[in-house]
Every structure is written in structure tokens, then in C-alpha cells.
Design a protein around this ligand. Structure first.
Ligand SMILES: [Mg+2]
Length: 265
């Protein structure tokens, strides 16, 4: 009999990993992932962090299990090959080129956008390697207001979108997000949507928390309300437990359901 679930995509912060817990990834979840990988399940960490920041946190957490794929900055894909994570091509090069072209079109407006934020809020706005407009707001209320302003602006630029996660936000191209990256990995592996599980806790997880991307959806108890509602509405599993404890429970629950659906009556 084939595996009931073949691909698992987990967000990192607040989903798999809790800074305030020791160890930050619960041993029961590590054991579960190890067992599933042994059976042939592929595991993706799908995060807004960049590669170096993710590798550092994975190292500090002394994770015994290694993801088969990484999605970083919600859009770049890396595949586990031996002792390294190699960029998945041509996806990453096309992603970079698409963003370069998009950002060239907003360059002239950036000073005005920076000024608008700085005149009204105690926030940090800056450019990095991935976006010419990155935001760290002072609190979530400020982030909501700034996101609304940026969303209004982005409607005037075809394909421009704002990716939000807690008090962080950045400009990005609408074709690249955690959901489209997950679908690309599934396409490369030849895995269909009914065999995919996705788990996340925040705004930037919403593109993968969709039954268009994954049949099995999981959110931990700490997920923000819109994530919990989105998962529930699509008959996903919202755990009463937080972070990795909730994800372990959710994966087990989905496996039971998927197994039952696969077993002939
Ligand atoms: Mg998160």
C-alpha cells in the first residue's frame, strides 16, 4: 500500500520551533519526523527566514532530523544533497530574475514610501538582498496600518504583493510564496495534492494553508486567528497544543484519517 501522506511542509518559527522551549523542537515531533522520513515521506521546512539564519537556528536546536527541502524567504528552494543544501534550478534563478524586474519598477517610488512610514511610525524600514522594502513595525497594530498602506500602493504595480509575518513585512512578487514553492517541490517529486500536509501559524503561511496546495492542513494553538479559521474552514486540524507539540498531534491525526481513507471498507 502506498504512503497516505508523502510530503510534509512545516513553517519554522512558532510552528516547528519555539525559542522559549528547551529543546526548541519537541523530541516527540523529531521522533515522528524521523520515523516518517524512514518510511519515505519527504519533509520541507518552509520559512520566511533566509538560508543562513535558518541554518544557524537549526544548528543551535541540534536537530537530529534533516529536512529534504528548504524553502527560504518564502520563495527560494534548496534540496538536501549529501552535506549541503543545493539551490533548486531553474526555480531559484527564475525567482531572482522575476523579482529583479519587479523591483526595478518600484524603485522610483521607494523614497516616498519610506518617508510615509517614517513620518508616522516608530518603525524600521530598509532594503536587503531579497526586497527593496522591508519593514519591522513597533507592534502588530502599527504593522496592520502600514500593511494596509503598502497593500494600497501594491495594487498600482502589477504582480507586486506585501508578505506579512507578525511585525515584519516585505515587498515580493505574487507568483512566489510558500504555497507556490510547495507546489513546485511536489511537482518535482511527482506527489499529488491529496498526499501533502502543510502546517503553519502566521500570515505568510496562508498561501500554503490551502487545499489547492495541500489536502491536509494543521495549525498549532498559538496560530493567529485568521490561520486557525482558514485551517478549520478547509476541514484541517487545529491543535489545542502549541508549536511543535500541536504539529506532532496534527500530523498523527491526519495520518489516522488518511490511513482510514486509504483502507478499503
Ligand atoms: Mg511562523
Amino acid at each position: 500500500m502506498s504512503l497516505p501522506i508523502e510530503l510534509i511542509s512545516t513553517d519554522f518559527d512558532g510552528t516547528l520551533h519555539a525559542d522559549f522551549e528547551n529543546p526548541p523542537v519537541p523530541p516527540a515531533l523529531v521522533d515522528l519526523i524521523e520515523r516518517l522520513q524512514h518510511q519515505g515521506v519527504k519533509w520541507v521546512i518552509n520559512t520566511g527566514r533566509d538560508l543562513s539564519s535558518l541554518m544557524e537556528s537549526m544548528g543551535r536546536a541540534h536537530l537530529r532530523v534533516k529536512p529534504d527541502f528548504l524553502v527560504t524567504v518564502e520563495r527560494e528552494i534548496f534540496i538536501h544533497e549529501g552535506h549541503r543544501y543545493a539551490p533548486l534550478e531553474p526555480w531559484n534563478s527564475e525567482c531572482m530574475q522575476t523579482h529583479r524586474e519587479l523591483f526595478a519598477r518600484v524603485a522610483g517610488d521607494l523614497p516616498r514610501l519610506y518617508d510615509w512610514v517614517n513620518e508616522r511610525f516608530d518603525a524600521t524600514v530598509y532594503a536587503d538582498d531579497y526586497s527593496p522594502f522591508c519593514l519591522i513595525a513597533g507592534n502588530n497594530g502599527d504593522a496592520d496600518a502600514i500593511e494596509n498602506f503598502l497593500a494600497d500602493y501594491s495594487r498600482s504595480v502589477p504582480s507586486l504583493t506585501v508578505v506579512r509575518n507578525d511585525v515584519y513585512a516585505r515587498f515580493s512578487h505574487e507568483d512566489y510564496n510558500k504555497g507556490s514553492a510547495l507546489t513546485e517541490i511536489a511537482r518535482r517529486l511527482g506527489i499529488t495534492v491529496d498526499k501533502i500536509l502543510a502546517a503553519g501559524d502566521h500570515f505568510n503561511d496562508l498561501p500554503m494553508l490551502s487545499i489547492e496546495r495541500a489536502r491536509w492542513l494543521v495549525a498549532p494553538a498559538n496560530a493567529i486567528p485568521v490561520v486557525q479559521e482558514t485551517v478549520r474552514r478547509q476541514r484541517g486540524f487545529v491543535s489545542r497544543h502549541s508549536v511543535g507539540h500541536g504539529i506532532a498531534e496534527g500530523i498523527e491525526a491526519c495520518l489516522r484519517l488518511a490511513n482510514a481513507a486509504q483502507t478499503p471498507a
